[in-house]
Structures are given as structure tokens and as C-alpha cells.
Design a protein around this ligand. Structure first.
Ligand code: MN
Length: 496
């Protein structure tokens, strides 16, 4: 998949002319040292670029204009090393259109008890300088992400790294093109939404295509490309024997590979990074894309089934945020429940389209009938998901605004084989419990389609929702139905 250009966070230091050249030179030198340390921190995967020590309203305005227009700049981080009278930030903050973090740190770690003097106090003023800046951002209702602590502290660097990842996701959202192949599954409510509102809010473009546009690419797939793709299947997965070259259903595998080659070509030609399909509109395709969708998700594409473009964009965004982290992200659906005295659980899956990035153990390539859709049997990858902490995230359109609903879950090992269930599957305990989680989720209007993530946390998604300026409802181990009900009422006053 085509990834974005190199990206960087601009590091800006606030000061003023009052202190003289010598002090300002020292501020800049120490700022460069801080930036170098951030770039060396393993937890920060985005380049941090020391930009300037800003001393006036003109400096700030010019810098913010430059940040807006530089495609490689995906966010700015500010630090008031000395006292920077905050009125000088007003005009610049008014024009800034990129995410902003406020790093409240100071150069020294411990107070140098024996040597501290007024020169030291003059140079190191962030304890009050950053509060002046915070007052202004609160006054302007800007609310940057505030990160507090010493720049050499690993946890502080990890928090910066997390925020930098969110800005990568935000840039991916702003630049995203979503291909909606076929329309919505007929009569379904939650997968609908206002695409114009979504583009205004999140930046991504959603455009519809007839399935014939895809079929053209599938027909154009060369035999060599199809063979190469089958070779990859055989090298990567345990391919069921009826699908291999001597098998009775080898034609199905060839057709699946042809669909993958065509779908990949369609997405690359249009520079799409997310897409949807629908089983109700497959005219000209011999089978519903299964393995093709799974493998494209594995390569970083966002996907939503049944025309669900909001989930497709969400999956792509969460994959962009997570790049390089352990654990996968996939399109997901709550499929069926396991009520048990030992603890209620959810079996999550879909007809076909679960991303192999969440797999644990063997992945098999199989073909089975699909009881809906009236097409040939689709080829799919079958596996179990990894156990451990994860989240389910849903993005819904309330008609006049968007809401994100996030549920913390604990994925379990699946002890049973389920030999007759031919789809990838995961099993999890939603927190605080299935009964409370489902009650809260349903009350908040969360969708049945989600992005299931093993690499991101509720806190990540809350911060991302802040970046996008939308409501975020978190259901985790501390959630009670009563609090959630009140939160929805309070939020309605704030957001509506
Ligand atoms: Mn579905």
C-alpha cells in the first residue's frame, strides 16, 4: 500500500526578547538537546524537528503559517522554556490547523541546591512560563494535549510517542480516500452516515464505485500475477488440500487470487487506503472477496463490510496509528454470546473478513459455502485470535454529529476447536462484564461493526477523539451504567 510521505513534529520553544542574546542562545541549545533525546527515545517513532525559539507574535504567526502549509509537518509541540507572554501566541494559535501538544518540562531534572542563583532562575522558568501558555489555550478553548514531566523520563517519552502516533493517524485520516464498492447493505441503519459531514470532520473522502469498476480490474489480472499470488498463499498459509493444484476446488483458489490481484490494482490505481464491499452487490464477481480483503487489511488497508465506510476509515486510521507496534487491528463484529457461570464471553468474527494481523498460531486457507449472497464458495483465511487486552471501537453518525464508542476487552484463548465454523474467530470478555458492557454499548448506540485493536488503548482513542473534536464514550472496568447514562446526558449539552 502507498504510505504517506515522511512526517515530522515541529518543536517550538516560546520565549521573549527580554532575556538577551546569551540567554536565548542557551535556550536554543538546550532545546536542541531535548529534541535530540526525544529522537533517540525508542518509544517515539516520528521525527521531532527543532524549529525555532519564538519571541514575538510575528514569529509565532509566521511559524504557524509554515506549519500549516508544510505537508511533512503533522503536528506541533510547544514548550515555554522561559516566560513567553502568552498574548504573542493568540494570532498564531488562531491560524494553526494541525494537532498541538504542550510539553511541560524543564531542562534540569533536580534543583542544583548548592549553585542555584538568579541567573539559573532567569533561564529556567517553564514551571510558571507554561502556566501562562496554558491559561491562554484554556481561554481560547484550544486544549492541546498536555504532557508533563522531565524529557529524559521514559514514561514521559512514551506519552509523547503515543501522541505522535495519533498525529500520524490524523494525517492518514485527512489524506484518506475510501472506495465504496457497491452501496450500503439494504435497510441497514448504522452503516449509513453523512459523507460530507465526515469529510468536514475527519478529512477523508468517500466515493462510490459500481462493482463493474472492480470487475474490470479482476478481468485484467494476468495469469502470471495470479500464479504469483497463489504461490504466496502456499508459502504463507496451510492451504487446504482440496484447494491445491490437484484439488477439486483449485479453480476457487485461482478465482480468489484473481480477485485479490484485481482489487489491489483497483485500490492502487485510485490511491485508496480504505474500501468497502457488500455481498448484495457482486455482479460480475464469482465469489465474495474473502482472502483478498483479509490480506489487504493485513497490508494496512482499512475495510468495512456491507458498505460500512465509517468502520473502513476507522480501521485504516487505527492501523496508521499502530504502525510498528505489536498486536493487530481488524474489522470485527460481535457475533454470538457465551453465557456461563464462569463468565460471559463474546465470540467475534465476520462472514469472512477478519485481518490476519490479530492471529495466533496456524492460519489455514479454506473454501466453504456462504449461506447468503448466492455466489460461488469464497476462499478465506481461518485462524484464532491472540489472547490479551484489546479494545473494540465504533464510530457512529448521530445525524448531526459523530460519536466514538470504545470498550476495553480481555481476549481469551479459545480452548474449543469449533470444527464446523469456517471463519477466523476471537473470544473476549468485555469489561466490566458482558451484561454491563452490552447494556452501556447499546444505550450509547454503538455499532455491531467495530475496529478490534490489540495495539491501542481506550486512552489513545479518547485522545484521538479530542483531536477530531468528537464525543468519546469509554466503557471499561470502572464503568457503571448509571454514570454512563449521566455522561451521555451531560455530553448532549456540550456537543449538541
Ligand atoms: Mn457485518
Amino acid at each position: 500500500m502507498q504510505e504517506g510521505e515522511a512526517s515530522e513534529i515541529w518543536f517550538l520553544i516560546g520565549s521573549q526578547e527580554l532575556y538577551g542574546q546569551e540567554t536565548l542562545a542557551m535556550v536554543a541549545q538546550q532545546g536542541r538537546e531535548v529534541v535530540q533525546a526525544l529522537n533517540e527515545a525508542a518509544s517515539i517513532s516520528v521525527d521531532v524537528k527543532f524549529q525555532a525559539v519564538l519571541k514575538s507574535s510575528e514569529d509565532v504567526l509566521q511559524c504557524m503559517h509554515a506549519a500549516n502549509s508544510a505537508p511533512e509537518c503533522i503536528g506541533v509541540m510547544v514548550w515555554m522554556h522561559t516566560f513567553s507572554p502568552a498574548k504573542m501566541w493568540i494570532v498564531g494559535l488562531q491560524v494553526l490547523q494541525k494537532p498541538i501538544a504542550h510539553f511541560h518540562t524543564q531542562y534540569h531534572q533536580a534543583i542544583p541546591w548548592d549553585t542555584i542563583d538568579m541567573d539559573f532562575m532567569n533561564l529556567n522558568q517553564s514551571a510558571h512560563g507554561d502556566r501562562e501558555f496554558g491559561h491562554l489555550t484554556a481561554r481560547m478553548s484550544k486544549y492541546p494535549k498536555v504532557i508533563v514531566g522531565h524529557w529524559q523520563d521514559e514514561q514521559v517519552c512514551a506519552e509523547i510517542g503515543r501522541w505522535c502516533r495519533l498525529t500520524v493517524g490524523w494525517a492518514a485520516s485527512k489524506n484518506m480516500k475510501v472506495a465504496r464498492i457497491g452501496d450500503n447493505m439494504r435497510d441497514v441503519a448504522v452503516t449509513e452516515g453523512n459523507k460530507v459531514s465526515a469529510q468536514i470532520r475527519f478529512g477523508y473522502q468517500v466515493n462510490g464505485f459500481g462493482v463493474g469498476d472492480l470487475v474490470e480490474h479482476v478481468k485484467a489480472a494476468s495469469d502470471a500475477a495470479v500464479k504469483e499470488t497463489i504461490d504466496v498463499y502456499e508459502a504463507s498459509y496451510h492451504v487446504d488440500k482440496n484447494l491445491n493444484k490437484e484439488g477439486l476446488k483449485h479453480r476457487s483458489l485461482k478465482e480468489a487470487a484473481r480477485i485479490e490481484v484485481g482489487l489491489r490494482s483497483f485500490l492502487e490505481e485510485g490511491r485508496f487506503s480504505a474500501f468497502t464491499t457488500t455481498f448484495e452487490n457482486l455482479h460480475g464477481l464469482h465469489q465474495l472477496p474473502g482472502i483478498a480483503v483479509q490480506r489487504l487489511m493485513g497490508d494496512g488497508y482499512g475495510f468495512g463490510a456491507e458498505g460500512d465506510w465509517k468502520t473502513a476509515a476507522l480501521v485504516r486510521t487505527m492501523k496508521a496509528i499502530s504502525k510498528g507496534l505489536s498486536g493487530g487491528n481488524t474489522f470485527m463484529e460481535d457475533y454470538t454470546y457465551h453465557f456461563s457461570a464462569a463468565g460471559d464471553l463474546v465470540l467475534g468474527s465476520h462472514m469472512l473478513e477478519i485481518c490476519p494481523s490479530v492471529a495466533h498460531g496456524n492460519i489455514t486457507c479454506e473454501v466453504h459455502p456462504l449461506s447468503i449472497g448466492g455466489k460461488n464458495d469464497p476462499v478465506r483465511l481461518v485462524f484464532r485470535g491472540k489472547s490479551g487486552p484489546a479494545i473494540n471501537v465504533s464510530l457512529i453518525d448521530l445525524g448531526h454529529r459523530f460519536r466514538m464508542v470504545v470498550n476495553a476487552v480481555e481476549a481469551h484463548d479459545i480452548p474449543q476447536d469449533m470444527p464446523n465454523l469456517p471463519v477466523a474467530r476471537l473470544l473476549w470478555k468485555p469489561l466490566p462484564s458482558l451484561r454491563d458492557s452490552a447494556k452501556c454499548w447499546i444505550t450509547a448506540g454503538g455499532a455491531h461493526h467495530t475496529c478490534f485493536s490489540q495495539s491501542l488503548t481506550c486512552a489513545d482513542m479518547e485522545d484521538f477523539a479530542d483531536l477530531a473534536g468528537i464525543e468519546c464514550i469509554v466503557i471499561d472496568k470502572n464503568t457503571t451504567y448509571r454514570q454512563l447514562r449521566q455522561e451521555l446526558r451531560t455530553n448532549a449539552v456540550f456537543f449538541d
